[in-house]
Design a protein around this ligand. Structure first.
Ligand code: FE2
Length: 540
């Protein structure tokens, strides 16, 4: 849908760069700048969100004009408007543009005090019958860990309807904490340099990520549909706390509220932060082809992750993991999801965008796989615990749906009952995975899952000192026949294409995020046929 030829796209990019650069130079006298780029997101049939941030205010509120045009040179302007911003929203500007025709590509820019922003691309959702839709699916972009080459790759594509960001758009850590070992060498030291815990901190961190040229290019080139995962607030967060929040950092409710406020200011997402009532679960319809249903598995309803210990009996562990009271989405969101699936009935595909692994993943016995004489960034204590727990082939990752087994069973039962062709997309694990999703004890799958790896964040093989490369992957795939693909070493993105007959995921993986030079290869392609979900994924 909405394809343009590669040559036209190159011309568009040329116009965008030259026009943008020239216009920025033309009013050097103004104090204002667009240092954090522009973005569009949350498309509707008749509109979308456009976003920017004004730098250079000395404390006064700033009036900003915006325009939407049908062409890259901004000569056929369809709509203009103005908006003001001030310190109460960190000089970010978010406009909900409406009254536009459906299924079209548009161009937009902002103007402040005669200074023009770069020009970006936005789209309205199509209606009726469409041939195909294509999405770039990403997650887990730790700025200090590496370059955002993945974003650059996506920016260069001219056949993407939207970028779906499944969270960990920012990370909260300071220098010396998680995945910051190379930050100084890469000139990507986190700002602020310490862990972010307050509104001012989170704003600064978002601002740093949006100075990245590859992030700016991706946002300018495509609309984004984003949900948060844990690190937009704090590691392994749930509605009442987080693994990485302690009492010296103040009250959890304050930190959560401030992190969410900064997210709503700095992301091209519709609406405003509303404290504990903030909702990011929402739906998008691409004509009769698909409904995209985005969920919040973190903040709105998640109960605390279960904790297992090596001295628990098998029965106790089973009881803990299958506790019906432990929910992932919360009852309210579960009810909304059922209604959303009913609304999606007229569409061929129901794509569920959510943060964490839904497939079951039992752990292979780690003892023969790991070489404990080699260094690991995991503590010896955690490695010993993991090895001990893995001996009985339990799931080890209890922040995923494996820690919420009863809630998962309910979700899969809802998908079986209410969805015709459900496809789940996920992230968070920094690993490429595909799997068939089964109700407990049933042989035929009721849905399939495509998991995108990280943009930069380190994967399993960066932590676990394997005796042989690929040993952990091979043993995991052997023990979990529901999983059809796994790649733990390389960072990248998932390209998801849907047609009336097939849904296809392609994993595009990079050989490095630590050097400026890199290459990208398509590592795997798996499809599922419409009307034949119970046949599961196949190589295509
Ligand atoms: Fe992550």
């Amino acid at each position: 849908m909405l394809r343009r030829s590669f040559v036209r796209s190159l011309f568009g990019a040329f116009v965008l760069v030259i026009f943008g650069a020239k216009s920025r130079r033309s009013r050097a006298a103004s104090p204002y700048e667009f240092r954090h780029g522009i973005a569009s997101g949350d498309p509707l049939e008749n509109g979308f969100i456009i976003w920017t941030r004004i730098s250079g205010s000395a404390g006064e509120s700033v009036s900003v004009d915006w325009e939407v045009a049908s062409d890259a040179a901004m000569s056929d302007v369809l709509q203009v408007g103005s908006s003001t911003s001030d310190s109460s929203r960190d000089y970010t500007v978010k406009v909900d543009v409406t009254d536009l025709p459906s299924g079209k590509k548009f161009y937009y820019r902002f103007v402040v005090d005669g200074v023009r922003s770069p020009i970006g691309v936005a789209r309205t959702l199509p209606t009726g019958s469409i041939d195909f839709a294509r999405f770039a699916v990403v997650s887990c972009a730790s700025y200090p860990t590496g370059y955002f080459h993945v974003y650059r790759e996506i920016a260069a594509r001219d056949d993407i309807d939207a970028v779906i960001h499944l969270g960990d758009y920012i990370y909260e850590y300071g220098l010396g904490e998680y995945a910051t070992e190379d930050a100084e060498e890469l000139n990507r030291v986190p700002d602020p340099v310490t862990e972010v815990t307050t509104l001012a901190d989170y704003r600064r961190r978002h601002a740093q990520y949006k100075t990245d040229p590859d992030a700016q290019a991706m946002h300018a080139a495509h609309p984004m549909i984003a949900v948060w995962d844990d690190h937009e607030i704090s590691n392994d967060s749930w509605r009442g706390g987080s693994d990485n929040h302690n009492e010296h950092e103040g009250r959890w409710s304050r930190r959560r509220k401030e992190a969410i406020q900064a997210y709503f200011e700095w992301m091209p997402i519709r609406g405003e932060a509303r404290g504990k009532k903030t909702r990011i679960f929402r739906e998008f319809r691409y004509g009769e082809l698909l409904s995209l249903i985005m969920l919040d598995t973190r903040m709105v309803g998640r109960d605390e992750q279960p904790k297992l210990s090596t001295d628990m009996s098998d029965d106790t562990i089973d009881r803990v993991l299958n506790d019906r009271k432990r929910r992932m989405l919360g009852r309210k969101q579960e009810r909304w999801l059922r209604k959303s699936l009913e609304r999606a009935r007229g569409t061929t595909w129901q794509v569920i965008g959510q943060q964490v692994l839904l497939s079951t993943m039992k752990s292979a016995d780690l003892e023969p796989l790991l070489d404990l004489d080699r260094p690991s960034s995991l503590s010896r204590e955690l490695l010993d615990y993991s090895i001990e727990m893995s001996k009985s082939n339990r799931p080890l990752l209890l922040d995923t749906w494996d820690g919420y087994a009863a809630a998962r069973q309910d979700l899969l039962a809802d998908l079986q009952k209410l969805a015709s062709n459900p496809v789940v997309i996920s992230g968070d694990l920094h690993t490429s995975i595909a799997g068939n999703l089964h109700l407990k004890g049933e042989e035929k799958p009721v849905a399939v899952e495509y998991m995108t790896t990280a943009v930069t964040s380190p994967g399993f093989s960066d932590y676990l000192p394997e005796r042989h490369p690929g040993a952990l992957r091979d043993a995991t795939l052997q023990l979990n026949p529901n999983l059809r693909y796994m790649e733990t070493d390389r960072r990248g993105w998932l390209c998801l294409t849907l047609t009336a007959s097939e849904c296809t995921g392609e994993w595009h993986l990079l050989d490095s995020v630590k050097s400026r030079e890199y290459s990208s290869t398509m590592d795997c392609r798996l499809s599922v046929a419409a009307g034949k979900i119970s046949n599961g994924l196949y190589k295509s």
